[in-house]
Design a protein around this ligand. Structure first.
Ligand SMILES: *C1O[C@H](CO)[C@@H](O)[C@H](O)[C@H]1NC(C)=O
Ligand SMILES: *[C@@H]1O[C@H](CO)[C@@H](O)[C@H](O)[C@H]1NC(C)=O
Ligand SMILES: *[C@@H]1O[C@H](CO)[C@@H](O)[C@H](O)[C@H]1NC(C)=O
Ligand SMILES: *[C@@H]1O[C@H](CO)[C@@H](O)[C@H](O)[C@H]1NC(C)=O
Ligand SMILES: CC(=O)N[C@H]1CO[C@H](CO)[C@@H](O)[C@@H]1O
Ligand SMILES: [Zn+2]
Ligand SMILES: [Zn+2]
Length: 601
């Protein structure tokens, strides 16, 4: 997650007032003030007062529930007013400095974050925002709000509609794995390495990331950041990264999958220099601890500013993402063939074949994120990546190779552009007999998703395993170890390893007690991890809710945070739905499972 300039101004609505009357009043007042400003170009006298009646403290840390307070259409309307205000001001000659001042003022008046955080995020994003406004003379709020507020169903005027060509005609049979030769793959995700993490600082700092060297100290009553990490608002100190790598290196595996997010959540103070240093630090640690190749996908946190991937052909170094592609082509080079360089440099994706008839395809699917402002400039299959994927899969099919797909973002959440997720699912459906492994990160949770055929929701075609995270976001730090068939490259089983963060923080001088939390087949009583077997398991879960409770605990690796929260009936249904949501907006299978759940009470 990243809070951004547009994000800040988009959410100018009054939702945290205590009675519905006041919400409505604050909403009306703010709308009126903005309309007047937009129409006259001059701030009405009551502008600041109006906005101050709508405090939105830490909205991006999830402290303000917009959905509960306002209709989607109200949110979209406000968004359009604010965005059109900024676009029209820019067209009338407002400078970068003035834009930043205006945005900062609104951000601070709404109490979204403090001045330091508001300014940091705004300054980081300003160059891109003004670049896109300046280079797209037809730009208006429709495409901006339609993208940024996907979950509010704002009309995007078909701006984001496109398809890729997927030739029909699957030519290979799915071969059943017999498990004669197996080997292991280690899966790590979401490290979020924080060089400023400081034990003893306050874990309730009021900023998007706490435990920072330049923040206040914590108190003794449980608000001090622990030695190994924190469940809330904390990232990962270097000693936790090294502790985990040492532990991982005790296993045997032929290579490592790392599904991205190396950079911390201090989104208000990223820079190309510091991100570069941090990526090199972690890559060096991979090389130090693992004597096998590490196949890495980029996370949405790697660029500066967070989430932004410049459109092809944008050469201006002050807004281009090219520095990052150059960096990884260099840093990851020793694990990859020379041919991988071309696509790495183009958009941070590549393919490599480390074993006979195994092909790994690593995508940079962060481009589909709805906080990637460049989609406003050009959303059609950024970097030609999906078209490339189709070509690679066609060739793999011809060569009878088995393909593992790696990428950072799970595609079914509301934050991945609907067109991208729909086209991706069409590709997965078409190449169901060629793709035998499917791995992501980003959610920080131990999760899985069953993909169903894009034309037949009863036909499971692929299972996507999430690597959870080393980061202790509401969960205990963890990693996965897959057992993979050496011939078909199907995932036969996996283990999830973790430790109790609360326990470890009690006495940092003691050794961290890692343990195997579960192995999939044993825990769920299944004999395979094939798509049809996992689909059967989901149906079983609708009847046997203890299996969903297991899934819930595993999702957070049995963290004290999650154990305390617990999972009620609506949480159970949400979990079931999440597991079958792979295309933004398609809830077909989710509704079917919910009906089974309700019918079996
Ligand atoms: C399974 O096992 C045998 C070894 O016993 C092997 O030669 C054979 O090719 C295997 N593969 C498949 C896919 O059946
Ligand atoms: C805004 O842009 C969209 C395309 O994104 C276009 O269809 C629409 O007509 C525009 N609206 C106005 C008011 O110019
Ligand atoms: C980059 O890191 C240095 C050293 O830790 C720090 O002083 C500087 O403020 C950082 N830059 C930004 C933009 O945060
Ligand atoms: C983790 O450790 C703490 C401290 O020893 C303990 O109170 C807690 O019950 C443990 N959590 C779990 C889920 O076992
Ligand atoms: C679709 C679109 O408007 N794309 C633009 C994105 O930005 C580049 C660089 O300014 C333009 O050349 C494209 O036309
Ligand atoms: Zn992420
Ligand atoms: Zn992450």
């Amino acid at each position: 997650m990243g809070a951004k300039l547009f994000g800040f101004v988009l959410f100018c609505l009054c939702v945290s007032a205590s009675t519905s009357n006041t919400i409505e009043d604050g909403f009306q007042l703010t709308t009126r003030a903005l309309t007047e400003y937009l129409n006259t170009g001059v701030r009405p006298g009551y502008f600041s007062y109006a906005l101050s009646q709508c405090p939105l403290p830490n909205i991006f840390s999830g402290h303000t529930d917009v959905k509960a307070a306002l209709e989607d259409s109200q949110v979209c309307y406000l968004c359009s007013q604010i965005v059109d205000l900024f676009i029209s001001k820019r067209r009338q000659g407002m400078t970068d400095v003035e834009m930043a001042k205006e945005a900062s003022d609104i951000c601070v008046t709404l109490k979204i974050e403090n001045e330091k955080v508001c300014d940091g995020v705004i300054n980081a994003n300003l160059g891109i925002v003004t670049y896109i406004i300046d280079n797209n003379p037809d730009l208006n709020s429709t495409s901006v709000c339609g993208l940024a507020l996907t979950s509010y169903n704002c009309d995007s005027g078909n701006t984001y509609e496109w398809t890729v060509e997927v030739p029909s005609g699957n030519t290979v049979e799915k071969v059943k794995a017999n498990g004669t030769n197996t080997f292991n793959i280690l899966h790590i995700s979401d490290i979020h390495y924080d060089p400023l993490y400081t034990p003893g600082k306050s874990s309730q700092c009021g900023e998007p990331l706490c435990c920072q060297a330049d923040q206040d100290d914590g108190s003794e009553e449980g608000t001090s950041c622990g030695y190994w990490g924190e469940y809330v608002s904390g990232d990962t100190p270097i000693h936790t990264v090294e502790e985990a790598f040492k532990q991982m290196a005790t296993h045997e595996f032929d290579f490592v999958y790392y599904t991205g997010d190396t950079i911390r959540h201090r989104v208000w103070s990223t820079s190309t220099e510091n991100n570069t240093k941090e990526i090199i630090t972690i890559t060096d640690l991979f090389k130090k601890y693992f004597k096998v190749p590490v196949f890495t996908a980029l996370g949405n946190h790697e660029p500066h500013p967070v989430n932004t991937w410049s459109s092809e052909g944008v050469d201006d170094p002050s807004v281009s993402t090219q520095w990052l592609f150059n960096l990884i082509a260099e840093e990851w080079g020793e694990w990859l063939p020379e041919e991988a360089k071309a696509t790495l440099l183009k958009g941070g994706f590549y393919t490599v074949s480390p074993k006979k008839s195994l092909r790994i395809v690593v995508l940079n699917n962060n481009v589909c994120y709805n906080e990637n402002w460049w989609l406003i400039n050009d959303s059609k299959d950024p970097y030609g990546q999906l078209a490339w994927l189709v070509e690679v899969l066609l060739e793999a099919e011809k060569m009878k190779e088995n393909v593992h797909l790696l990428m950072h973002m799970p595609t079914g959440t509301g934050s991945c552009l609907a067109s991208w997720s729909r086209e991706y699912r069409r590709i997965i459906s078409r190449f169901a007999n060629t793709v035998t492994g499917h791995f992501t990160g980003h959610s920080h949770k131990d999760e899985m998703w069953v993909f169903y055929d894009s034309t037949d929701s009863s036909k499971p075609v692929s299972v996507n395993w999430n690597g959870a995270s080393l980061n202790s976001d509401k969960a205990n730090p963890s990693y996965k170890l897959y057992q993979v068939d050496g011939e078909t490259y199907d995932v036969l089983d996996f283990e999830e390893w973790t430790f109790n963060l609360t326990q470890a923080n009690l006495d940092p001088t003691k050794d961290v007690e890692w343990y195997k939390l579960y192995s999939f087949k044993e825990a769920y009583g299944v004999d395979s991890l094939e798509p049809s077997a996992v689909d059967d398991l989901l149906v079983k879960m609708t009847k046997d809710h203890s299996l969903i409770q297991k899934y819930y605990n595993f999702k957070f690796r049995n963290s004290d945070y999650a154990v305390k929260e617990g999972c009620d009936e609506s949480c159970e249904k949400t979990l079931l739905c999440n597991m079958v949501s792979t295309m933004n907006g398609d809830t077909t299978r989710c509704e079917e499972l919910k009906q089974l759940y309700d019918g079996n009470q």
